[in-house]
Design a protein around this ligand. Sequence first.
Ligand SMILES: Nc1ncnc2c1ncn2[C@@H]1O[C@H](COP(=O)(O)OP(=O)(O)OP(=O)(O)O)[C@@H](O)[C@H]1O
Length: 585
Amino acid sequence: MAGGDILLRTHGGLPVLARASPRSLRLRLTASGRRAPSSLAAAKVDIGDVVSQLRSGSARGAADPKRQRRVSEGRLAFPRVVTSRIRGAEEEGEGEAPQLDAEKIGGEAGGVDGSYLSETRFDQCAISELSLKGVKDAGYGRMTQVQEATLPVILQGKDVLAKAKTGTGKTVAFLLPAIEVLSKLPSSQRSQLRSSINLLVMCPTRELANQVAVEAKKLLKYHRSLGVQVVIGGTRITQEQRNMQANPCQILVATPGRLKDHLENTPGFSTRLKGVKVLVLDEADRLLDMGFRRDIEKIMAATPKDRQTLLFSATVPEEVCQISHVAMRKDYRFINTVKEGDEETHSQMYMIAPLDLHFSILYDVLKKHVADDADYKVIIFCTTAMVTKLVAEVLSQLKLNIREIHSRKSQSARTKVSDEFRRSKGVILVSSDVSARGVDYPDVTLVIQVGIPAGREQYIHRIGRTGRKGKEGQGLLLLAPWESHFLTSVKDLSVSEAVTPSVDSSTQTEVKGALRRVEMKSKESAYQAWLGYYNSNKTIGGNKSRLVTLGEEFSRSMGLAAPPAIPKLILRKMGLSKVPGFRST
Ligand SMILES: Nc1ncnc2c1ncn2[C@@H]1O[C@H](COP(=O)(O)OP(=O)(O)OP(=O)(O)O)[C@@H](O)[C@H]1O
């Protein structure tokens, strides 16, 4: 641990040791008596809280007595945790990372500690009056750290690869300077390029694309000559073609598949792309991973080579750094506002329990959370669309206020649920990974991930749906014992083990009843999807006979005595047709 850290060891929830340096404060709360995946199981605590505790000499650390009572009574599964932030950006290879000044924390606007904001106000920057007015109307006064760090570099015309924590304003960080670039295009060029696309933003999901367009509209409020359009899958392409023809906009926000469709099938579209001045890949690592890579390469090839390229994400794995050479000019800048060694996520817990208890545990945790926080707003991430549907149906049967979102829902249903969840409190959204990245739902109180996430990056993005803008949030990862190997990939993050609640028999009976009421069709689909997911997991899918046993375990968890039969074709597609133990139809 670094010399400037404060260490609060807890015993029965009470901090017993504190060490601090006035210049740099990083706080860790370690919970004694709990097994953790790393040698130092660390959960960050509200820096403002602890500073005042130390000043008053009371070391209240683990928060208010009412809350402690709830934890000890088992009514609250996790300690209250807030991530503190390091102020200032760190540019790779350039100087020392700016340190957090303890005197300046607390009481600032925005989050609990406000430290996701920088000291710099937008009106201190070289941006146009029109943009400034838009920024002001959007309610933004000071820049977030990533905005402060990237704005001048983007305005210089550099390509940028930026990494910043989830929920810290990356969208404005790329939109604002890009809009500035567009608004400064010489008028001769602008009229010449009237129908061309000058700013192209690519997003991995439809929800995110819509959200980026909404943010763009806010910033464009006074830029009367600039407009934004969205093209996403799941909507009628002909309608999009008509809209683009009737009112071609300079800014296009798109998902890769649909954009490629337009490139191949919409007359004049490829010519419009020749006008791209700025290309943004939001959630760049997701866009550049194998699923989207081909589409992205094709789209990039259709845009001019001398464009400015901006890649933004909360996670930038090594492979992305390598691929980014292809997308960007040689002198691109890597701007990283996540301090080296600092956790990339908000604090969180994990729970290991047998699969057949997962529904009961989930129900138990939710009941307690709902009772504890009248303004609860929960997202439950599941492994696949069909498992998501099943979990939503079971929890709805248990009379919880459930919404469901995944790729098998129509786009209009997805948009409706997404908009409703954004506005609401007192609701639980059961979701597949369509909500994992970028989607900005304010005030999410708890994120639960059930089953092994697709990878470390996906885990980080999912947990980033809570604790946004420096606010408070909780995270729980619920795994079966045979999934616990996943923890090694997140051992450097602040994940500590939560005590598995002992679920009482009445809860179990309620859950069994709910499972009985769910249609067989939903269970069959969930079983197939579950099998496909774990079959393609490197560690679990490698051993097929074990997969048979685990599949039996999963079907028992749905209340079935035996696993459902699977259509021959599907078994063949999964490469499981010769594996003894699977029944086919
Ligand atoms: N300067 C600012 N001051 C206050 N709020 C801001 C500022 N900039 C952006 N926001 C708000 O912060 C929230 C999070 O922003 P955004 O969704 O862009 O985060 P992000 O870093 O892209 O998150 P993710 O990694 O999950 O995609 C949004 O509600 C946005 O409106």
